[in-house]
Design a protein around this ligand. Sequence first.
Ligand code: BG6
Length: 471
Amino acid sequence: MEPLLFLLFGASGDLAKKKLLPALYDLAQHQDARFGVIGIGRSDWDDDAFREHAIEALANAGIAKKKATAWAEETLFFAEVDAYDQLEPVFERAAALEDEHGYPGHRIAYLATPPSTFSGVITAVGEHEEAEEHEGWTRLVLEKPFGHDLESAQALNALIHRYFDETQVFRIDHYLGKETVQNLLVFRFGNALFEPLWNREHVERVDILVAESVGVEGRAGYYDQQGGAIRDMVQNHLTQLFTLAAMEPPATFDAEAIRHEKIKVLRSTAPVNLQRVRLGQYGPGDNGNEGYTAHEGVPPDSDTETYAAVELCVNNWRWQGVPFTLRTGKRLPERMTEITVQFRCPPVTLFRSAGPCSLSPNVLRIRLQPHEGFELGFEVKAPDNGFTVSTQHLSFSYDEVFGKLPDAYETLLRDVAEGDQTLFVHADEAEAAWALYGPLLDAQLPLDPYASGSWGPGASTPVAADSTPVA
Ligand code: BG6
């Protein structure tokens, strides 16, 4: 990793506090890492105030105060701006630090600010790049949401490309930084066992579930304005899981080849059938939790969905006829992200099963969080006189074998520093994902209430069979 400067826009915000500052600290522990961070914000802060803030954030992440303080004093600086399109103080500070510390002029502009500030920052950084030759490269990192529909995503891409080449742009979807999400590629393409079965001949259905037990307390106003679960979760995180599960093997393991295959999946996906969508909003629960519209900042008649189940069909040779269900909700009973692949039953049943019905299909569950791992259900003979069959599981747990996994943001920050775009969203991919959900966002679909702490409208358990959207 080459020495560089991070220009961290939104340094006093929630994301910086919870994720980015701890990830930057972890990144700095790598032997080859040498970088400075200029926090940028409208807060009336100086270097010391930013450092204090960071030390507190690191303490919350379990990092000892002495180590955090030493790192903060050496690495963190602050530039206050009046507005996010007036960045002169930032560029002056950057040039001074580069001189003083001998950094070669590589800069990463990280936009962890609300989307309304994106165009101002992009324009100001882009114009500075054009006007003033500084040594080294500049890369742009954009947090989600990347637009709020196809039109706004296209406009944002057009603005970015006015100043930056696509190779300089890193659109974040933090799910791609999760170790187990990346492992999907190894699982599929590093094992000869599953890939021959990964198609319509052998797979009955695929279910992708991102269940959250939290509601939107603390960020309800923002969530309501952003427009709910389709925009907040489905268009990005769940769609990333979907494309990784459905894509063809890439020609090589590089960013261009992988992103190309993911874009192909999106372009082969049939327009969403609105009859196969279910939206919901959480109400109060038995556990004493208030309902969505009781949160501060949410209008009492809000029709924002906090739950969405959408069925997608991929019209290609591999997947024709296999439903992919994407399901997510807030205030569900537990936090759980998993991809469930249900294989077809044997064509002929020779045995009795232990339960009341016939054989259970083989089900592969890829658990992405928490307790990352795999579980494969298969049929075995229960020991008795006849041929009674029962379902048992082969399982693998990441924690047990590898211990603590690195945080997604640490992985992603390192990749940006090294210029590896594999785990970032390409301009065309962002647009194709918005194009897919556009008609759904425009439609006025019914919104079903569900109780906080339940599995959502019409679903009594998290498992595949119950997750079918409205028929
Ligand atoms: C964010 C969404 O992108 O992802 C949040 O805006 C959501 O609403 C979060 O809670 C979930 O991320 P994770 O890593 O906790 O699954």
